[in-house]
Design a protein around this ligand. Structure first.
Ligand code: ASP
Ligand code: MG
Length: 629
């Protein structure tokens, strides 16, 4: 007998008939010998309707009253579903977040969960009742017992947090799509359903998957090892399993406000190869990495900076033993990368650096918290460590530093982020990265009920699990930042102070001496809505500090491939770049993590880029998915 938490989204409980259908499904699961806690959303578009009502009365409604209002939606559903279960002869009881004791911060409209009382829940479960809990809401513990909500889409988070608190066997998220698809089916008709995906991959695909599954819910599942499945409430199809490594015995206190960083990782066995001043035109990265993969050289980080004039710098890291081969390939291909019509002497120069190390911080908690990357840079600056290159993804920031400074950097970061040496973070292996470092292990099948064992594909994860397109970003570049410790810290500290979340950060390879000071360019992406403000703020600061020009480009798109299977597999990046080259799409920036490669391209080419990449990795399926309106 298993303890299962089932969550039903708005469309799944959108009418009396739907609520009755849900009751049938719950009843069947109980009759099969399981105990169930059900978490529900508000019916259909109820929450949107309530928001609209509020804005008709006030253009800027009070946030406390807003939470009071929005929390009523879920309360309707719990009562109705409870009645429907009782009609079937199934004992059931409805409970609000406050009645359960879902204790949150006293932050209206975006409260994070601190802890969940399980006494009353457990008592009802033991009495054989189905407990129907209102999602999306909680109660503050700061004396006043205020009603709070978790932010739109927050019922997923309620469900997974309850599953973690009750140590449930697994959590099922019922929705109106069959599971998680390889890409957005509105843009790529051939999008295919995945059997499984790891939490790490899901988080890196946040811009693709966020509508199906709240990233905060994935974060909790990962941190507490809650097996999660996303399924349709209309069918009996198995859906998509979102898997995580074994639970790590993390405390259930401060559930959602635990450390933003799980692990500090490092690799001293790295060397860097850079191609400076290659032409900024389609196909260059494809040729370079195509040749590199033909020579079976496995690259780790790839960074292409924003171009200056008409050229790019592309840098990548490899492990020291294969450096010679990597350098040979780069040198051999360099002449072919020079502009054929009008080659310049300094074009496509190869530069190699031996003594470098990669230091990374990893953790789902950094999503939406702009201060985390800034804190890493500040910590390195205080330790006197200069950052040579930066590459980021949704859940990771990697810096290339001098190898001699690696120990100092790691020590400082562990202290700053309160990570003990040797501590096993989710997805890390005692800090030291290696090609087989502990990405989420396959889920033990024993944890699952027999009807959900569709996990056979877990054993050799595909190099690319999914492809995402983000059309809501803008790119900012700051020219000629002095190359010394503390500059990145200053820049990203400022952005964090203004609450501007940075997505992809790239510090360029190219270093130029101006007025006797070595300087580098730094580029990053932010939400498009933050673009103008960030530019204004930074232009002012740049003038004061003697930095160069601040350039904003709002017409960009970011395409990303994500897959745990790309670790240690040469040729994945080459294939992505080749797919773009074939469509004559120019790559403006490249940033990578171990399991993700992102390219910035012109906005009008975004959809074409997505389609080409999805096809190149043979992710197309035969089944067509109809997207509900
Ligand atoms: N009803 C809330 C919303 O629409 C929470 C949820 O459904 O997850 O945002
Ligand atoms: Mg939802």
């Amino acid at each position: 007998m298993a303890l299962i938490v089932q969550k039903y989204g708005g469309t799944s409980v959108g009418s009396v008939e739907r609520i009755q259908a849900v009751a049938q499904r719950v009843y069947k699961t109980v009759k099969a010998g399981n105990s169930i806690v059900v978490v529900v959303s508000a019916m259909g578009k109820t929450t949107d309707g309530l928001v609209k009502l509020a804005t008709e009365i006030s253009p800027n409604p009070n946030r406390r009253e807003m939470d009071m209002l929005l929390s009523t939606g879920e309360q309707v559903t719990i009562a109705l579903l409870s009645m429907a279960l009782q009609e079937l002869g199934q004992p059931a009881i409805s409970m609000t977040g406050a009645q359960v004791g879902i204790v949150t911060e006293a932050e209206y409209s975006r409260a994070r969960i601190l802890h969940i009382e399980t006494t009353r829940l457990s008592r009802h479960i033991n009495e054989g009742k189905v407990v129907v809990v209102a999602g999306f809401q909680g109660i503050s513990n700061a004396g006043e017992m205020e009603i709070t909500t978790l932010g739109r889409g927050g019922s997923d988070t309620s469900a997974v947090a309850i599953a973690a608190a009750l140590k449930a066997n697994f959590c099922e998220i019922y929705t109106d799509v069959p599971g998680i698809l390889t890409t957005d089916p509105r843009l790529v008709a051939e999008a295919q359903l995945m059997d499984a995906i790891t939490c790490d991959e899901m988080l890196e695909l946040a811009s693709l998957g966020a509508k199906v599954l709240h990233p905060r819910a994935v974060e909790i599942a990962r941190n507490y090892g809650v097996p999660l499945v996303v399924r349709s409430s209309w069918t009996d199809q198995p859906g998509t399993w979102v898997t995580s490594a074994k639970p790590q015995g993390r405390s259930l206190i401060n559930l959602e406000i635990a450390r933003p960083v799980d692990a500090v990782e490092f690799d001293t066995d790295q060397a860097k190869v850079a191609l400076l001043r290659v032409p900024d035109k389609p196909g260059v990265a494809a040729r370079l990495f195509g040749e590199i993969s033909r020579q079976k050289v496995d690259v780790d980080l790839i960074i292409q900076s924003v171009h200056e004039g008409n050229s790019n710098d592309i840098a990548f890291t490899v492990t020291t033993p294969i450096l010679k081969r990597a350098e040979a390939v780069a040198t051999a291909i360099a002449p072919a990368l020079r502009s054929q019509s009008n080659p310049k002497l300094e074009e496509a120069e190869v530069m190699v650096e031996h003594n470098i190390a990669k230091v990374s911080i990893a953790g789902a908690g950094m999503i939406g918290r702009p201060g985390v990357a800034a804190k890493m840079f500040a910590t390195l600056a205080e330790a006197g460590v200069n950052i040579q290159m930066i590459s980021t993804s949704e859940v990771k920031v990697s810096c290339v530093v001098n190898a001699a400074e690696c120990d100092r950097a790691v020590l400082a970061l562990r202290t700053a982020f309160e990570i003990e040496a040797g501590e096993q973070g989710a997805g890390s292996n005692d800090g030291k990265l290696s090609t087989q470092h502990g990405l989420n292990a396959p889920l033990p099948l024993t944890a699952l009920s027999t009807q959900h064992s569709a996990l056979s594909t877990q054993h050799s994860p595909p190099p690319v699990r999914g492809v995402a397109l983000d059309l809501n970003q803008a790119r900012l570049a700051i020219r000629q930042l002095p190359d010394r410790p503390g500059m990145a810290a200053k820049l990203f500290g400022l952005l964090a102070k203004h609450n501007i979340s940075v997505d992809m950060i790239i510090q360029s390879q190219r270093c130029r001496v101006i007025d006797g000071v070595p300087r580098r360019d730094i580029a990053f992406t932010v939400s498009r809505i933050d673009g103008e403000n960030a530019k204004k703020m930074l232009t002012q600061v740049a003038a004061e500090l003697g930095w160069g020009e601040v350039v904003l480009d709002s017409a960009i798109a970011k395409v990303s491939i994500v897959g745990a299977g790309m670790l240690g597999q040469p040729g994945v990046a080459a294939k992505m770049f080749e797919a773009l080259a074939q469509q004559e799409i120019n790559i403006q920036m490249i940033a990578t993590s171990e399991i993700k490669i992102s390219c910035v391209v012109a906005q009008e080419q975004g959809v074409k880029a997505l389609q080409a990449i999805h096809a190149a990795f043979e992710l197309a399926g035969s089944e067509k998915f109809v997207v509900p309106a």
